[in-house]
Design a protein around this ligand. Structure first.
Ligand code: 13P
Length: 248
Protein backbone atom coordinates (compact mmCIF):
# COMPACT_ATOMS: atom_id res chain seq x y z
CA UNK A 1 0.00 0.00 0.00
CA UNK A 2 1.50 3.31 -1.07
CA UNK A 3 1.38 6.24 1.36
CA UNK A 4 -0.39 9.50 0.49
CA UNK A 5 1.94 12.49 0.66
CA UNK A 6 0.80 16.10 0.81
CA UNK A 7 3.88 18.21 0.16
CA UNK A 8 4.17 21.98 0.12
CA UNK A 9 6.95 23.87 -1.62
CA UNK A 10 7.35 27.39 -0.31
CA UNK A 11 9.99 28.26 -2.90
CA UNK A 12 11.58 31.67 -2.15
CA UNK A 13 8.77 32.90 0.06
CA UNK A 14 8.20 33.77 3.72
CA UNK A 15 10.24 35.74 6.18
CA UNK A 16 10.86 34.17 9.58
CA UNK A 17 8.00 36.12 11.07
CA UNK A 18 5.61 34.90 8.39
CA UNK A 19 6.76 31.32 8.98
CA UNK A 20 6.17 31.75 12.71
CA UNK A 21 2.64 33.02 12.13
CA UNK A 22 1.98 30.08 9.81
CA UNK A 23 3.27 27.60 12.40
CA UNK A 24 1.23 29.22 15.20
CA UNK A 25 -1.93 28.73 13.13
CA UNK A 26 -1.01 25.14 12.25
CA UNK A 27 -0.41 24.35 15.91
CA UNK A 28 -3.88 25.59 16.82
CA UNK A 29 -5.48 22.96 14.58
CA UNK A 30 -5.95 19.35 15.47
CA UNK A 31 -4.61 17.60 12.41
CA UNK A 32 -4.26 14.24 14.13
CA UNK A 33 -7.11 12.84 12.02
CA UNK A 34 -5.37 13.56 8.74
CA UNK A 35 -3.97 10.35 7.32
CA UNK A 36 -1.40 11.60 4.86
CA UNK A 37 2.33 12.11 5.26
CA UNK A 38 2.87 15.86 5.35
CA UNK A 39 5.93 17.86 4.46
CA UNK A 40 6.84 21.46 3.70
CA UNK A 41 9.92 22.22 1.63
CA UNK A 42 11.04 25.52 3.12
CA UNK A 43 13.85 27.98 2.32
CA UNK A 44 17.16 26.74 3.76
CA UNK A 45 17.71 29.66 6.14
CA UNK A 46 14.67 28.71 8.23
CA UNK A 47 14.84 24.91 8.18
CA UNK A 48 16.09 24.45 11.70
CA UNK A 49 13.73 27.01 13.27
CA UNK A 50 10.72 25.79 11.30
CA UNK A 51 11.47 22.22 12.31
CA UNK A 52 11.29 23.29 15.95
CA UNK A 53 8.15 25.40 15.39
CA UNK A 54 6.33 22.49 13.75
CA UNK A 55 7.63 19.85 16.12
CA UNK A 56 4.27 19.14 17.70
CA UNK A 57 2.52 18.91 14.32
CA UNK A 58 2.69 15.98 11.91
CA UNK A 59 4.38 18.17 9.33
CA UNK A 60 7.93 17.28 8.35
CA UNK A 61 10.27 20.01 7.12
CA UNK A 62 12.30 19.37 3.97
CA UNK A 63 14.96 21.25 2.02
CA UNK A 64 14.44 22.62 -1.52
CA UNK A 65 17.92 22.06 -2.88
CA UNK A 66 21.45 20.99 -2.03
CA UNK A 67 24.80 20.94 -3.78
CA UNK A 68 25.97 17.83 -5.61
CA UNK A 69 29.38 17.84 -3.90
CA UNK A 70 30.03 17.01 -0.28
CA UNK A 71 31.82 20.22 0.71
CA UNK A 72 34.25 22.82 -0.56
CA UNK A 73 34.57 26.24 -2.17
CA UNK A 74 31.00 26.65 -3.45
CA UNK A 75 29.96 30.00 -2.02
CA UNK A 76 26.30 30.27 -1.16
CA UNK A 77 25.57 26.57 -1.45
CA UNK A 78 24.32 24.08 1.13
CA UNK A 79 25.49 20.49 1.48
CA UNK A 80 23.79 17.20 2.31
CA UNK A 81 25.71 16.92 5.58
CA UNK A 82 24.68 20.45 6.60
CA UNK A 83 21.04 19.59 6.03
CA UNK A 84 21.38 16.35 7.94
CA UNK A 85 23.15 18.06 10.82
CA UNK A 86 19.98 20.02 11.61
CA UNK A 87 17.74 16.98 11.45
CA UNK A 88 16.36 17.38 7.91
CA UNK A 89 15.91 14.11 6.05
CA UNK A 90 14.05 15.00 2.84
CA UNK A 91 15.27 16.93 -0.16
CA UNK A 92 13.73 18.21 -3.41
CA UNK A 93 15.90 17.41 -6.39
CA UNK A 94 15.69 18.72 -9.94
CA UNK A 95 12.75 21.08 -9.53
CA UNK A 96 12.00 22.59 -12.94
CA UNK A 97 12.78 26.08 -11.58
CA UNK A 98 16.28 24.85 -10.65
CA UNK A 99 16.67 23.33 -14.11
CA UNK A 100 15.33 26.45 -15.84
CA UNK A 101 16.82 29.34 -13.84
CA UNK A 102 19.99 27.76 -12.46
CA UNK A 103 20.93 25.62 -15.45
CA UNK A 104 20.70 22.40 -13.51
CA UNK A 105 21.44 19.72 -16.05
CA UNK A 106 20.33 16.08 -16.00
CA UNK A 107 23.90 15.22 -15.02
CA UNK A 108 23.78 17.50 -11.97
CA UNK A 109 20.35 16.17 -11.04
CA UNK A 110 21.82 12.66 -11.23
CA UNK A 111 24.77 13.62 -9.01
CA UNK A 112 22.45 15.17 -6.45
CA UNK A 113 20.19 12.12 -6.46
CA UNK A 114 23.13 9.76 -5.94
CA UNK A 115 24.51 11.88 -3.10
CA UNK A 116 21.11 12.18 -1.42
CA UNK A 117 20.70 8.39 -1.48
CA UNK A 118 24.24 7.83 -0.24
CA UNK A 119 23.55 10.23 2.64
CA UNK A 120 20.29 8.46 3.45
CA UNK A 121 18.16 11.50 2.62
CA UNK A 122 14.75 10.92 1.02
CA UNK A 123 14.93 12.48 -2.45
CA UNK A 124 11.83 13.93 -4.08
CA UNK A 125 12.88 13.81 -7.71
CA UNK A 126 11.03 16.34 -9.88
CA UNK A 127 10.40 15.72 -13.56
CA UNK A 128 8.00 17.16 -16.11
CA UNK A 129 7.53 18.20 -19.70
CA UNK A 130 7.08 21.62 -21.27
CA UNK A 131 3.92 22.56 -23.16
CA UNK A 132 5.83 22.31 -26.44
CA UNK A 133 6.91 18.78 -25.61
CA UNK A 134 3.38 17.79 -24.68
CA UNK A 135 1.83 19.25 -27.82
CA UNK A 136 4.56 17.65 -29.94
CA UNK A 137 3.48 14.28 -28.51
CA UNK A 138 6.81 13.61 -26.80
CA UNK A 139 5.66 13.75 -23.18
CA UNK A 140 6.53 10.10 -22.49
CA UNK A 141 9.93 10.22 -24.15
CA UNK A 142 10.77 13.47 -22.33
CA UNK A 143 9.87 11.93 -18.97
CA UNK A 144 11.80 8.78 -19.86
CA UNK A 145 14.86 10.78 -20.82
CA UNK A 146 14.75 12.73 -17.54
CA UNK A 147 14.19 9.61 -15.46
CA UNK A 148 16.84 7.48 -17.13
CA UNK A 149 19.43 10.25 -16.80
CA UNK A 150 18.49 11.13 -13.22
CA UNK A 151 18.60 7.48 -12.11
CA UNK A 152 21.89 6.57 -13.78
CA UNK A 153 23.94 4.35 -11.44
CA UNK A 154 21.21 4.29 -8.79
CA UNK A 155 21.38 0.82 -7.26
CA UNK A 156 18.14 -1.09 -7.24
CA UNK A 157 18.24 -1.56 -3.48
CA UNK A 158 18.26 2.26 -3.11
CA UNK A 159 15.54 2.99 -5.66
CA UNK A 160 12.69 2.38 -3.24
CA UNK A 161 13.75 5.49 -1.29
CA UNK A 162 12.98 7.78 -4.23
CA UNK A 163 9.72 9.70 -4.39
CA UNK A 164 8.87 11.14 -7.78
CA UNK A 165 7.11 14.45 -8.28
CA UNK A 166 5.58 14.79 -11.73
CA UNK A 167 5.24 18.49 -12.39
CA UNK A 168 4.32 19.45 -15.95
CA UNK A 169 6.12 22.78 -16.40
CA UNK A 170 3.14 24.42 -18.11
CA UNK A 171 1.00 23.78 -15.02
CA UNK A 172 3.38 25.29 -12.46
CA UNK A 173 2.18 28.59 -11.06
CA UNK A 174 -0.07 29.15 -14.07
CA UNK A 175 -3.41 28.18 -12.58
CA UNK A 176 -3.56 25.86 -15.60
CA UNK A 177 -3.89 22.56 -13.77
CA UNK A 178 -3.49 19.38 -15.74
CA UNK A 179 -6.71 17.51 -16.32
CA UNK A 180 -6.67 14.85 -13.59
CA UNK A 181 -6.97 11.98 -16.11
CA UNK A 182 -4.07 13.36 -18.15
CA UNK A 183 -1.97 13.66 -15.00
CA UNK A 184 -2.86 10.07 -14.19
CA UNK A 185 -1.78 8.91 -17.66
CA UNK A 186 1.54 10.71 -17.24
CA UNK A 187 2.05 9.11 -13.82
CA UNK A 188 1.21 5.68 -15.27
CA UNK A 189 3.85 6.31 -17.92
CA UNK A 190 6.32 7.20 -15.18
CA UNK A 191 5.52 3.98 -13.32
CA UNK A 192 6.10 1.96 -16.49
CA UNK A 193 9.40 3.71 -17.11
CA UNK A 194 10.47 3.07 -13.50
CA UNK A 195 9.70 -0.62 -14.10
CA UNK A 196 11.94 -0.56 -17.18
CA UNK A 197 14.78 1.15 -15.29
CA UNK A 198 14.46 -0.90 -12.09
CA UNK A 199 11.76 -3.56 -11.80
CA UNK A 200 8.02 -4.02 -11.45
CA UNK A 201 8.13 -4.25 -7.69
CA UNK A 202 9.94 -0.92 -7.33
CA UNK A 203 7.52 0.65 -9.81
CA UNK A 204 4.42 -0.65 -8.02
CA UNK A 205 5.61 0.70 -4.69
CA UNK A 206 7.01 4.02 -5.88
CA UNK A 207 5.23 7.07 -4.52
CA UNK A 208 4.41 9.44 -7.38
CA UNK A 209 3.12 12.94 -6.66
CA UNK A 210 1.48 15.40 -9.02
CA UNK A 211 2.39 19.09 -8.85
CA UNK A 212 1.19 22.12 -10.77
CA UNK A 213 -1.55 24.54 -9.66
CA UNK A 214 -2.98 22.13 -7.08
CA UNK A 215 -5.41 23.89 -4.72
CA UNK A 216 -8.15 22.97 -2.25
CA UNK A 217 -10.78 22.78 -5.00
CA UNK A 218 -8.98 20.36 -7.32
CA UNK A 219 -6.99 18.22 -4.87
CA UNK A 220 -9.74 15.60 -4.35
CA UNK A 221 -10.05 14.84 -8.04
CA UNK A 222 -6.28 14.55 -8.38
CA UNK A 223 -5.91 12.28 -5.34
CA UNK A 224 -8.72 10.07 -6.64
CA UNK A 225 -6.52 8.99 -9.57
CA UNK A 226 -5.12 5.47 -9.37
CA UNK A 227 -1.49 6.31 -10.16
CA UNK A 228 -1.23 9.55 -8.16
CA UNK A 229 -0.21 9.11 -4.53
CA UNK A 230 -0.06 12.71 -3.44
CA UNK A 231 0.62 16.28 -4.43
CA UNK A 232 3.42 18.82 -4.41
CA UNK A 233 1.86 22.23 -3.93
CA UNK A 234 3.48 25.62 -4.45
CA UNK A 235 1.25 28.70 -4.24
CA UNK A 236 -1.62 27.09 -2.34
CA UNK A 237 0.71 25.88 0.43
CA UNK A 238 1.67 29.43 1.42
CA UNK A 239 -1.63 30.47 2.92
CA UNK A 240 -2.31 28.56 6.12
CA UNK A 241 -6.08 28.25 5.59
CA UNK A 242 -5.56 26.87 2.12
CA UNK A 243 -2.78 24.54 3.33
CA UNK A 244 -4.99 23.16 6.10
CA UNK A 245 -7.79 22.53 3.55
CA UNK A 246 -5.29 20.57 1.46
CA UNK A 247 -4.35 18.43 4.46
CA UNK A 248 -7.96 17.80 5.31
P1 13P B 1 2.19 25.75 -7.94
O1 13P B 1 1.38 24.87 -7.05
O2 13P B 1 2.30 27.16 -7.46
O3 13P B 1 1.74 25.63 -9.37
O4 13P B 1 3.70 25.19 -7.90
C1 13P B 1 3.93 23.86 -8.12
C2 13P B 1 5.33 23.56 -7.79
O5 13P B 1 6.24 23.95 -8.48
C3 13P B 1 5.61 22.79 -6.57
O6 13P B 1 6.92 22.38 -6.53
Amino acid sequence: MRRTVIAGNWKMNKTMMEAELFSDSINEYDLSNTKSDQIIFAPSYMLQSLNILLKSSRIEVGCQNMHQYESGAYTGEISADMIKSIGITSILIGHSERRQYFNESDKVVNEKLLLALEKNLTPYLCIGETLEERTAGIMRSTLKNQLVKACKNVKINMANKIIIAYEPIWAIGTGCVSNAEDANIACRNIREIVAEIFDLDIARNMIILYGGSVNPSNIDEILAQSEIDGVLVGGASLDVTSYISLLK
